[in-house]
Ligand binder design. Structure first.
Ligand SMILES: NC(=O)c1ccc[n+]([C@@H]2O[C@H](COP(=O)([O-])OP(=O)(O)OC[C@H]3O[C@@H](n4cnc5c(N)ncnc54)[C@H](O)[C@@H]3O)[C@@H](O)[C@H]2O)c1
Length: 418
């Protein structure tokens, strides 16, 4: 991280551009606009309606600001005054946009997953090291005080040796139906929306949001939400790359265009006798332990349940021995200013890393390792067999078909390169 402090301007103000603002990016734009000494200078989107709506949303919380609307990310990156690119465009854009931004000398806040596939994740890690800017992935529970506290306690032996973690997510998503080819709406630049992905005709069930469930752009529920809870499981167990990955599940609930799995149980084995499971249910929201998402960590002498709202520690006789709840659980909203919400804390951490060389809550190497587990879960499900992996880097051993999912083809002219 040498040289990062010199990068901040003399008055310490950081100038931000936000890419992709229909959903998550709208929240991030408002959060950055109210972060300490930050200015949102660009609202970048290929949907003219989303640009107008987010400029308005930013000005509501930062009345003195005047963000410019811009359709083409490449124009934004030409502006030397921009310090940070925030990426909340669809997943197929995350790594290519991160790499372009790093090459233009910007720091990057990239939403999870940090890559569309494993190979892109490796490229993002290499690009961060080469261009020496801060890259923070949007796995904001890494900035939870409570999570950091209990994970420290786990590493110090509060439940003995922790050897198994169970991560889950349950929602009641509806069907996405069967799309039909229709003309591209006048408010959308679908060519730039597709960007690095090879071109396909427009259908009426892709934009916005439902691209998550199409393999051409999205990465499925495990990369959408496992990137949060599997990340916590991996952090709690202190493991990196797996030795073995399996997956069971499918698109069980509806018959429609959804190309991923609404039901998935993926398992990851690690050296040192440790394992993680992911239980993802997209269409049946029955909670586990009273919560739609969370992580359980099992050890020799007890169990920890942790999530965004705090944690509980149980001894081996299932007695509750320690508990802590967050003062506020208004995660990701503007209701909590000055570091109350996890997203605001995560942003504040990134700014402190840039300005003061603070310890980073979520270095991109760690974001990549967790995202890679999620990609491997998808690959195990695609090929329908157990994957053996190299514990040094997660690469799949002895299975050419499975390794075929490591990379993708790109629209000519859009191939990311270092
Ligand atoms: N960390 C979190 O808690 C959290 C929460 C929600 C979403 N996310 C992540 O944020 C990302 C966006 O999710 P969403 O639900 O907001 O999706 P969305 O489809 O609602 O919004 C994506 C936006 O990106 C825009 N876009 C597409 N191509 C673009 C381009 N070339 N330049 C600029 N803008 C472009 C789209 O027009 C749209 O406005 C996803 O990767 C998702 O995983 C993270």
């Amino acid at each position: 991280m040498m040289g990062l402090r010199a990068y901040a301007s003399p008055n310490n103000k950081l100038v931000v551009a936000v890419m992709g603002v229909a959903g998550r990016g709208h929240v991030l734009a408002r959060s950055f606009a109210t972060a300490d000494n930050c200015e949102v200078a660009y609202v970048c989107d290929v949907d003219t309606r989303a640009i107008a709506n987010t400029i308005k949303g930013v000005q509501e919380v930062a009345p003195d600001s005047a963000p410019k609307g811009e359709e083409d990310l490449r124009r934004v990156l030409e502006d030397n005054d921009v310090d940070i690119l925030v990426i909340a465009a669809p997943d197929h854009w995350h790594a290519p946009a991160t790499i372009l931004a790093l090459q233009a000398g910007k720091h990057v806040y990239v939403e999870k997953p940090c890559s569309y596939n494993a190979g892109e994740g490796e490229m993002v890690v290499a690009a961060q090291a080469r261009y020496n800017r801060v890259v923070q992935m949007g796995n904001q529970q890494r900035s939870s005080r409570e999570s950091a506290q209990i994970i420290q306690a786990i590493s110090e032996g509060i439940i003995g040796r922790a050897y198994y973690a169970r991560a889950w997510y349950a929602n009641t998503r509806g069907s996405i139906g069967r799309g039909v080819e229709v003309p591209v709406p006048q408010w959308l630049n679908f060519d730039l929306w597709q960007g690095p992905a090879p071109r396909v005709p427009y259908k009426d069930n892709y934009v916005h949001y439902n691209w998550h469930w199409f393999r051409h752009w999205g990465t499925g529920e495990i990369c959408n939400n496992g990137t949060h809870e599997i990340d916590i499981a991996r952090w709690a167990l202190g493991v990196d790359y797996p030795t073995m990955v399996t997956s069971a599940g499918g698109r069980f609930h509806y018959q429609d265009d959804w190309e991923f799995f609404d039901t998935q149980v993926a398992t990851f084995n690690f050296e040192g006798d440790k394992a993680i499971t992911w239980d993802g249910r997209s269409c049946n929201g029955r909670p586990v332990e009273g919560s739609g998402r969370g992580t359980l960590v099992y050890g020799e002498y007890g169990t920890v349940r942790l999530g965004r709202s705090g944690y509980v520690v149980y001894d081996k006789d299932n007695r509750e021995i320690w508990k802590r709840a967050r003062a506020s659980n208004q995660e990701g909203t503007m209701d909590v200013r000055g570091g109350g919400g996890l997203t605001e804390r995560h942003i504040a951490n990134m700014l402190a890393v840039i300005r003061d060389g603070a310890v980073q809550a979520s270095p991109i190497e760690e974001g990549h390792k967790s995202t890679l587990l999620c990609h491997l879960g998808n690959v195990a499900q695609y090929v329908g067999r157990t994957l053996r992996c190299d514990p040094a880097n997660g690469r799949i051993l002895g299975d050419e078909e499975a390794m075929g999912y490591w990379n993708r083809s790109y629209e000519p002219g859009w191939e990311p390169s270092l």
